[in-house]
Design a binder for this molecule. Structure first.
Ligand code: VGL
Ligand code: ZN
Length: 201
C-alpha cells in the first residue's frame, strides 16, 4: 500500500512568503502530477499559534535565524510563519487537495516546535500519524514538500524509525539550505532511505 505524504506546501514557504524556500512553488505541479500514483494521499500543515516559541518576534532582543537553547536543544528562531488560520498557513492555491484523505497539523503547542509530521522536536507528543498510517495499511511511504532539509527530513527520519519503508521524492521537494541538505541526503541513503525523482515512480 503506497502512501504519499506531502509536507507543508504552504504559502509562507513560497518565494513570496514570510519564510521563503527558493523555487518552492516549482514543486506544486510536480506534486499534482504524481498524486494519482498513490493509494492514499496525506498532507501536513505547519500550524502555529501567533505567540509560538519558534518566532524570533516572541523573544526580546533576538533576530530571525538566531539560534537559542530550548529544552536543552538548539532552536532556530524563525520569522513569523504559518500562523493558524492565516493566508500564509494555507496550502499553495494551485496545490490539488482533492485527494487528501487527511491533513495533519503540527507546531500547534506554544512551547515547543515540531518539524516532523510524527512528533514534536522533543519527541514528547505524537501527532498520531504513525498509528494512522499503520491502521490504513501503509507499507511504502513516499515523502515530499517543504522544506526538504527541515520538516521533510525530520519526518523521513521519524518514519524510518517507525518502521516504514521510505522514499524521498527529490524533484517534489526544495531545501532552505541546499548545502546542508546534501549532507542530510547522504545520511538518509546510508540508512537505506531511497531517493527518487517523480518520473521514476
Ligand atoms: C519549517 C522551519 C520552521 C518547514 C517549519 O516546514 O520546513 N521550517 N517551521
Ligand atoms: Zn514552523
Amino acid at each position: 500500500m503506497k502512501t504519499l505524504l506531502i509536507i507543508d506546501v504552504q504559502n509562507d514557504f513560497m518565494p513570496s512568503g514570510s519564510l521563503p524556500v527558493a523555487h518552492g512553488d516549482q514543486i506544486v505541479p510536480v506534486i499534482n502530477s504524481i498524486q494519482n500514483k498513490f493509494d492514499l494521499v496525506l498532507a501536513t500543515q505547519d500550524w502555529h499559534p501567533k505567540d509560538h516559541i519558534s518566532f524570533a518576534s516572541n523573544h526580546n532582543g533576538k533576530s530571525n535565524f538566531d539560534v537559542i537553547e530550548l529544552h536543552g536543544q538548539p532552536q532556530t528562531l524563525w520569522p513569523d510563519h504559518c500562523v493558524q488560520g492565516t493566508e500564509g498557513a494555507a496550502f499553495h492555491p494551485d496545490l490539488n487537495t482533492e485527494k487528501f484523505e487527511a491533513i495533519f497539523r503540527k507546531g500547534t503547542v506554544i512551547t515547543i516546535d515540531s518539524y516532523s509530521a510524527f512528533f514534536d522536536n522533543g519527541h514528547l507528543k505524537s501527532t498520531g500519524l504513525a498509528g494512522y498510517l499503520k491502521e490504513k495499511g501503509t507499507t511504502e511511504l513516499f515523502l515530499c514538500g517543504l522544506a526538504a532539509d527541515i520538516c521533510v527530513y525530520f519526518s523521513i527520519i521519524d518514519a524510518y524509525n517507525e518502521g516504514f519503508n521510505c522514499t524521498f521524492i527529490e524533484d517534489a521537494s526544495k531545501a532552505l539550505d541546499n548545502e546542508a541538505f546534501e549532507k542530510l541526503k547522504n545520511h538518509m541513503t546510508k540508512k537505506g532511505i531511497k531517493i527518487m525523482t517523480s518520473e521514476s515512480l
